[in-house]
Design a protein around this ligand. Structure first.
Ligand SMILES: Cc1cc2nc3c(=O)[nH]c(=O)nc-3n(C[C@H](O)[C@H](O)[C@H](O)COP(=O)(O)OP(=O)(O)OC[C@H]3O[C@@H](n4cnc5c(N)ncnc54)[C@H](O)[C@@H]3O)c2cc1C
Length: 338
C-alpha cells in the first residue's frame, strides 16, 4: 500500500483540473482496502475512491482527505459454461476495456459494445456505464465490495443496486461513499448479437459491408467508431460526455419536442449533443474549454486555467441551450474537492 501526500487531483483525473489531495493511497489488494480506511479514520479524514479519474472533476480548493486509487487486478471464469452462458469475474482495478477484450476473445457477447470506454471495472456499476445500446446492468450479476458501515466485505446482487441511466446506489442517495467495489461478476453468452445496432454503429457496419456480428467484430467496429470521434484521455483532457441526455417523462413533453423539430429517440430521449450542436456551440471555445467538433457532448480542456474556468464555460453552455430550446442540461461527471 503506497501512501503519498499533497498530490494534485489534476494529475489523477482525465480533465486535468483541481487542487491538491492531502493523501493518495494506491490500493493493490483487498487487504489494503480495510487498512486504508483505518488510516483515514485515525487521521479523521474523509475518503474518496478513484479508478482512472475519467468521470471526476477536481475543484480548485483540493481535497482535505484520502483518495484511494484502485489497482486491484485479476479476472477469470467464475462458473463453467452452461448452455452457452458463463459468469466471468474481474477485480475492480482492471481496465473495463481489458475485461471486454477478455470476454470477446473467449467468444462471449454481452459487453462488447462497452469496448474502449475509459476507466476501471469497479467504476462501471457506479454510473451504470453504457455505450452503443449496452450498459453494464444488462449483464451484471453481482458486486463484491468493502462495506465501510459494517467494516466487512459484502456481496451485493444486481437488484440491490438500483441501476438505471447513469445511476446506481453508488452515485445517488444515502449510500454514496459507503462501498469500495472490489470485484464484479457478469453473465455473458455465446452467439452473435442481432441487428439493428445502435445508429452510428449500424452505419459503420453497413458502410464497411460487415454482416457477421461476432463479439470480436462488434468490438472492433465500436473501437473504430469511438476512435473517430471521442478524444483519447491519454492525449486530450476531457471527461468524455460532459452532459447527460435529456429524458422526457410524459407524452405531452414528447409531442411538444417533436412539434419543435427536436429528435426524440427510444420513446423519450433527446440527445443532448444535438441540442448543443443546434444551439450553434459545436467547436466553440468557452474559457479554455472547447465543445468538441466531433462529438458536441464532449468538453475538452484545451487551456482552462482552473475549475473556475470550467464552471464559467459550463454555465454559459447550459444557458445558451436553455435560451434556444428550454431544456436545462445536467452535468454527467461528479466533482471532488471544495
Ligand atoms: C473520452 C471518454 C469517453 C467516455 N465514454 C463513456 C461512455 O461511452 N459511456 C460511459 O458510461 N462513460 C463514458 N465515459 C466516462 C467514464 O469512462 C466512466 O464513467 C468510467 O466508468 C469511469 O471509470 P474510472 O475508473 O475512471 O472512474 P473514476 O472517474 O475514477 O470514478 C468515477 C466514480 O466511480 C466511483 N468509483 C470508482 N471506482 C470505484 C470503486 N472501486 N468502488 C466504488 N466506487 C468507485 C468514484 O468514487 C467516482 O464517483 C467516458 C470518459 C472519457 C474520458
Amino acid at each position: 500500500m503506497k501512501i503519498e501526500e499533497n498530490i494534485p487531483i489534476a494529475k489523477i483525473t482525465t480533465m486535468r483540473l483541481g487542487g491538491n489531495a492531502r493523501y493518495v493511497i494506491t490500493i493493490e489488494n483487498e487487504e489494503d482496502v480495510a487498512e486504508a480506511y483505518n488510516f483515514a479514520e485515525e487521521k479523521k479524514l474523509p475518503v474518496y475512491v478513484l479508478g482512472c479519474g475519467s468521470n471526476i472533476i477536481g475543484r480548485d480548493g483540493g481535497f482535505d482527505g484520502v483518495i484511494l486509487i484502485n489497482k486491484i487486478k485479476g479476472m477469470g471464469e467464475h462458473t463453467k459454461e452452461d448452455e452457452g452462458a458463463i459468469q466471468l469475474y474481474a477485480y475492480s482495478g482492471e481496465l473495463l476495456d481489458d475485461f471486454v477484450c477478455y470476454s470477446t476473445k473467449l467468444g462471449y457477447s454481452g459487453i462488447e459494445a462497452l469496448s474502449a470506454v475509459p476507466g476501471t471495472v469497479g467504476a462501471a456499476p457506479v454510473q451504470n456505464v453504457g455505450a452503443y445500446g449496452q450498459d453494464i446492468s444488462q449483464t451484471l450479476v453481482s458486486v463484491r465490495a468493502y462495506d465501510t458501515k459494517k467494516k466487512e466485505f459484502v456481496e451485493l446482487e444486481k437488484d440491490e443496486l438500483d441501476l438505471s441511466y447513469r445511476h446506481s446506489i453508488f452515485n445517488s442517495g444515502k449510500e454514496i461513499g459507503r462501498y469500495f467495489i472490489t470485484r464484479i461478476i457478469v453473465e455473458v453468452k455465446r452467439g452473435e448479437l442481432q441487428p439493428p445496432f445502435y445508429n452510428s454503429l449500424q452505419k459503420y457496419l453497413d458502410e464497411h459491408d460487415i454482416h457477421e456480428y461476432s463479439p470480436e467484430t462488434i468490438r472492433k467496429a465500436v473501437r473504430a467508431v469511438r476512435e473517430a470521434k471521442l478524444p483519447d484521455p491519454e492525449e486530450i483532457a476531457s471527461s468524455g460526455s460532459f452532459f447527460k441526455n435529456v429524458y422526457l417523462k410524459t407524452d405531452k413533453e414528447i409531442k411538444a419536442a417533436e412539434a419543435a423539430g427536436i429528435p426524440v429517440w427510444d420513446g423519450g430521449k433527446i440527445p443532448s449533443g444535438w441540442l448543443i450542436e443546434n444551439a450553434g456551440l459545436k467547436g466553440q471555445v468557452f474559457h479554455g474549454m472547447r465543445v468538441s467538433d466531433k462529438a458536441s457532448l464532449v468538453l475538452i480542456n484545451e487551456s482552462a486555467r482552473n475549475y473556475a474556468d470550467l464552471d464559467a464555460a459550463r454555465n454559459e453552455i447550459i444557458e445558451r441551450v436553455r435560451e434556444k430550446f428550454g431544456y436545462t442540461l445536467e452535468q454527467e461527471p461528479m466533482e471532488l474537492g471544495k
